[in-house]
Design a protein around this ligand. Structure first.
Ligand SMILES: C[S@@+](CC[C@H](N)C(=O)[O-])C[C@H]1O[C@@H](n2cnc3c(N)ncnc32)[C@H](O)[C@@H]1O
Length: 311
């Protein structure tokens, strides 16, 4: 199988934040090209354990080809990370000392034409990160060909933060009356054509935000993240740590607000950012934000025996 081309971000910052314990129990909720997982495994010692999650069979196959070096210390599971609590409980390995989320997609997925995620590569308008990435089989084609103009406008505005949401939705609905959308180029072409009539100099491709919105909706990314963070909280050991790398403001807002609501955690206020040097080498890192939340140790008072009654 092809080797992963994905260049993992903030690897040393992740290891600093996780402070891997020899013999500890860890979860990598987003396996991808497996760089973070393997670095975690190298620091775990012979008795440590790691469970890695992904929904993409290609990421799982790639990781399994490296699994023999780590034996039963590394469990690789095909599962959405929204099931983190259930999978962790079934593993019998908990509570866990650290959990990593490196959100979004890998370069391998972006380059995979069969996934239809990139507006720069022609492929079917699918966008699922894996065949079982969502429960209802929803694809980007279903959304653009069936959702109402109002629903599309809202989607592009909320998940894409797209200023031209209304006109793009209108153009999509007008075009699909003649011919349904089937491919990424089909959709990206229409958006580019509409934008060239109004745009001046855009810094990003005019279809960037619409494609982001569709991918988030197809994979139910924001809801999965919310559910997963709540699950992670429950399966974490006292003094355990949750580390999340996000790549856009919608994700970062959820991480920030969810961490803030965890009253039994200590949370660093400011995110950690990649170094300029890393951004130079790996431009994908430029929008990365790493947030860390530590579960507090059990307070002494919880451990005290019941006070003796004075009779
Ligand atoms: C940015 S990549 C992770 C890269 C990885 N940290 C590495 O070292 O190469 C994100 C990965 O998370 C996976 N992913 C995204 N959402 C997921 C979800 N809800 N459940 C499980 N895996 C998910 C994607 O399929 C992708 O492989």
């Amino acid at each position: 199988m092809a080797k992963s081309m994905h260049n993992a971000v903030m690897v040393s910052e992740v290891l600093d934040a996780l402070q891997i314990k020899n013999g500890g129990r860890y979860i990598d909720a987003t396996l991808g090209g497996a760089t973070h997982s393997i670095e975690m495994l190298k620091n775990l010692g012979p008795n440590g354990r790691l469970i890695s999650f992904d929904v993409d069979p290609l990421a799982l196959t790639n990781a399994r080809s490296k699994q023999k070096d780590f034996g039963n210390r590394w469990q690789i599971v095909e599962s959405n990370f929204r099931n983190i609590e259930q999978v962790a409980n079934e593993s019998g390995l908990g509570p866990f000392d650290g959990i990593l989320f490196d959100l979004g997609i890998s370069s391998d997925q972006l380059a995979d034409e069969s996934k239809g995620i990139s507006f720069q590569i022609d492929g079917p308008l699918d966008m699922r990160l894996g065949p079982n990435a969502n429960q209802d089989g929803l694809t980007a084609a279903t959304i653009v060909n069936r959702w109402s103009e109002k629903e599309l406008t809202r989607l592009f505005r909320v998940y894409g933060e797209e200023k031209r949401a209304t006109s793009i939705a209108k153009a999509i609905v007008a075009r699909r009356r003649q011919k349904k959308f089937e491919t990424t180029f089909d959709l990206a072409g229409l958006i580019a054509e509409k934008s060239s009539q109004t745009a001046t100099k855009a810094r990003i491709h005019p279809a960037t935000k619409v494609f982001q919105a569709l991918r988030i909706a197809v994979n139910d990314e924001l809801e999965s993240l919310k559910v997963a963070l709540q699950g992670a909280r429950k399966i974490l050991a006292p003094n355990g740590v949750i580390v999340v790398i996000s790549f856009h403001s919608l994700e970062d807002r959820i991480v920030k607000q969810t961490f803030k609501s965890f009253k039994d955690f200590t949370v660093s206020k400011k995110p950690i950012l990649p170094t300029e040097n890393e951004i130079k080498i790996n431009p994908r890192a430029r929008s990365a934000k790493l947030r860390v939340a530590h579960k507090n140790a059990i307070q002494n008072q919880n451990l005290c025996p019941e006070p003796t009654l004075l009779l």
